[in-house]
Ligand binder design. Structure first.
Ligand code: BJ8
Length: 380
């Protein structure tokens, strides 16, 4: 059985979510717009609020964004800001506030401009996770966020509220991880295009229980598919895509890899298991637990960022991978610089081929991307 139309098509899911969001707002929902997996969403849930991701994944608003931002900036940042500036994203419109973090330089400076449009609370994320100072700073930022949310939404976030929100988010993490791990099977019952589309689309289902149920149902369908097909393993190369978020280049990169004859079995980025791997501890003070968990996310904005290699290495082994393709969005300096060591790691430690593709949201390099992926797959 195929997924309902709105979860295989990101723009359909986004549109369907608009109506739901409008209804929720009419019933008094408190909505917080977010941009990053470092956002401790449990606090918003504990405040009775709803989080909605606002990362821009399309090219349309970029021209407008460039009237205020430099052209030489990551497309995700320009697209996100362009939607805010042009008021072309209903989710931005419906957000009561924006919750952001000091991740990369481009994003954190863009948030200063975004604050002129809508109240943007920026959490000070430490530039590295090592040392006591980093944990203490981040923990303080989480305490401050709790106070900001309490004041904004006129609620008290109790320890019990927070513990319940942590449990609920952990359930969601576990089920999403189980869904991703179906990519370990051969033949893989799902490709990277589906993984990325479903996970980005599901963010527009605002009831967490509904969200969990949709993924659980899809897991059952995919397991049945695997049972039917398991006697004919795939001989296609097994690829992991790593690097920047790929929602804005899903067609240009992930679909192209699959159309050219490979299986994208895993996606090691923020649409993949990067944030899901580690649960929030349920046996310690909830604020400590949130600080610990979110500080450990292995994004390239952290310096140094050794756990990214461990996570990628585990995926390469567990998913039995034949090659790694890294996507770097143009002007993303942190992933771009880190790609040097990722290549070394993949080539030398894992003895596998590696390809880095630097791209943006435009169609101007579709042919070139296609040619490079094709040559890479032929080599494998
Ligand atoms: S945790 S990947 S969502 S920061 S691609 S805007 S880093 S210049 S999106 Fe990200 Fe959080 Fe990290 Fe994930 Fe800057 Fe790079 Fe653009 Fe990026």
């Amino acid at each position: 059985m195929e997924l309902p139309l709105n979860f295989t098509d990101y723009s359909e899911a986004k549109k369907a979510g608009f109506m739901k969001m409008k209804e929720l707002k009419e019933n008094g929902a408190n909505v917080v717009g977010t941009f990053c997996t470092y956002t401790p969403t449990e606090l918003v849930l504990a405040a009775g609020g709803i989080c909605v991701g606002l990362c821009g994944l399309d090219e349309d608003p970029i021209r407008l964004a460039e009237t205020k931002l430099p052209k030489n900036l990551c497309p995700l940042i320009k697209s996100s800001y362009g939607h805010a500036l042009g008021d072309t994203c209903p989710y931005f419109y419906f957000s009561d506030m924006i919750l952001a973090e000091t991740t990369c330089d481009g994003k954190k400076k863009m948030f200063e401009l975004m604050n002129d449009i809508k109240h943007t609370h920026v959490m000070q994320l430490p530039p590295g996770k090592e040392g006591k100072g980093a944990f203490n700073l981040w923990r303080e930022e989480i305490v401050t966020l709790k106070e900001v949310l309490e004041e904004k939404f006129n609620v008290e976030i109790t320890e019990e509220d927070l513990k319940n929100a942590i449990k609920l988010k952990n359930r969601e993490r576990k089920v999403i991880l189980e869904y991703f791990e179906l990519g370990k099977l051969n033949p893989p019952p799902l490709g990277g295009f589906e993984q990325s589309t479903l996970i980005d689309s599901i963010s527009f289902v605002f009831n967490m229980e509904d969200r969990i149920k949709i993924i659980e149902d899809r897991i059952v369908e995919l397991r049945q598919k695997y049972e039917r097909e398991k006697d004919t393993p795939s001989t296609r190369p097994r690829i992991i895509v790593t690097g920047c978020p790929t929602g804005g280049v899903r067609d240009k990169v992930i679909k192209t890899i699959e159309d050219l004859g490979a299986d994208v079995v895993g996606i090691d980025n923020c649409s993949g298991p990067r944030e899901k791997r580690e649960l929030v501890r349920e046996d310690i003070d909830p604020i400590d637990a949130l600080a610990e968990k979110y500080l450990n996310i292995n994004c390239s904005v952290m310096s140094p960022n050794p756990t990214r290699y461990e996570a990628l290495g585990e995926m390469i082994d567990d998913y039995n991978v034949d090659g790694v393709i890294e996507v770097v969005l143009q002007a993303c300096h942190t992933f771009n610089v880190e790609s040097y060591y990722i290549k070394e790691y993949v080539n030398n430690e894992k003895e596998l081929p590696y390809l880095m593709i630097e791209t943006d949201y435009s169609k101007s390099d579709v042919g070139q991307v296609n040619t490079r992926i094709s040559a890479f797959l032929e080599m494998i």
